[in-house]
Design a protein around this ligand. Sequence first.
Ligand SMILES: Cc1cc2nc3c(=O)[nH]c(=O)nc-3n(C[C@H](O)[C@H](O)[C@H](O)COP(=O)(O)OP(=O)(O)OC[C@H]3O[C@@H](n4cnc5c(N)ncnc54)[C@H](O)[C@@H]3O)c2cc1C
Length: 410
Amino acid sequence: MIVSEITVIGAGPGGCTTALSLAMKGIRVLMVDQASFPRDKVCGDALSGKVVLTLKRLNEDFPKELSIEPSVIPSHGVSFVAPNGKVLNVPFRRELDPENPPGFIAKRIDFDNWLFNKAAAHPLINIETGVRIENFVKENDEWILSDKENNFSIRTKLVVAADGAHSRFAKEVGGVVMEEEHYCAGLRGYYSGVKDLDENGFIELHFTKEFLPGYFWIFPLANGLANVGVGMRSDIVSKKKINLRKEMINLIENHPVLKKRFKDATLIDSIKGYGLPLGSKKRPLSGDGFLLVGDAGALIDPFTGEGIGNAMICGLKAGEIISGIKNNIYNKEALMAYDESVYKRLWPELNLSKKMQELVKYPWLFNLVVNRANNSKTLRETISCMFEDLDLRGRLKDPMFYLKVLFERK
Ligand SMILES: Cc1cc2nc3c(=O)[nH]c(=O)nc-3n(C[C@H](O)[C@H](O)[C@H](O)COP(=O)(O)OP(=O)(O)OC[C@H]3O[C@@H](n4cnc5c(N)ncnc54)[C@H](O)[C@@H]3O)c2cc1C
């Protein structure tokens, strides 16, 4: 049996950031993953500004080091395609700065492996891969974690569950239940030969009238490839009995604009699906002897589908809170500070994004904002700033914003 004071289950972005954040503070940690790296994760592969900032907090040089990986491309903005087909290009920053990109896009098999190797290189991080933790037994103030057959076991005082959207620990111990209205179904396929991919790595979100309230995305990747996918809230998928795969293929083959762009495109591998537990509801993220990080705590942005940055922010916060705990007493009361810290940072934007989900229910309003923004530099800049400045994003829930959009002079 391995004995470790702190154990992180899962070596995705949330787990690796937790381990690195603890190690930076001189704390030894064990990290376990069921997979052997490099391993894939179904995702849109877009790494937001939050990922870049968190990497910088871990190590000043990490963003630069990531940017020179051949599998990584910079991303400078997002293009929204409104239900009426009008496109709104929103740069993440006012000025394009090729030296200092605000975001990146990289296949998760590459990004996760890069981050995993950073963790593996740290002398205070011990790693076990190829081990799936299935049993969690509490003995006084310690956990005995083991695989299905009890061939592998760990005695530990604190468990950080960073084992993703299907976290067994979060379900069995943390009491996190899957609620369809707070969950999204997503599909992703890798394509070559998609026409007109943006050369500045703008990610494309298409809100086509045929597929609302779901969305279709095209994210450019290195080597001329593209990550193409769809997402829709699970309660709507169930209620309307939607076959997401069929809908995705239908858009690619029959949508008047998309079919031209996919005319010579080839699907590489196959279309794969995975769940997105949304942070549209506050849930407890800790308890006696445990913390939930990233998807295990259901913290994906309900409007943008962004979860990597949120998982990494959780990891950073977990390291900060754990390192501040006195006498290694990891009880519910002490760990409560983690919930407070995570929600203080993430809840304002999660809550706002929950409200922005509503926008797609009103295609006319969406069309209106996009039409006006295309004709107004000020409005375009406002929307551009919304990605960096939460107060500005707050304008979207303010009715005055829409009145100004209506009456603003071009
Ligand atoms: C279709 C789709 C598109 C998305 N697009 C984006 C996007 O473009 N940008 C973005 O920011 N987010 C996106 N997301 C969300 C993002 O993928 C997740 O939020 C992110 O992976 C969460 O990181 P994590 O570390 O919490 O979990 P994960 O990355 O899922 O890592 C969990 C790890 O735990 C391991 N594990 C699981 N169970 C066990 C066990 N019992 N024992 C040991 N190990 C275990 C797994 O092998 C895995 O390595 C998307 C999600 C989907 C499904």
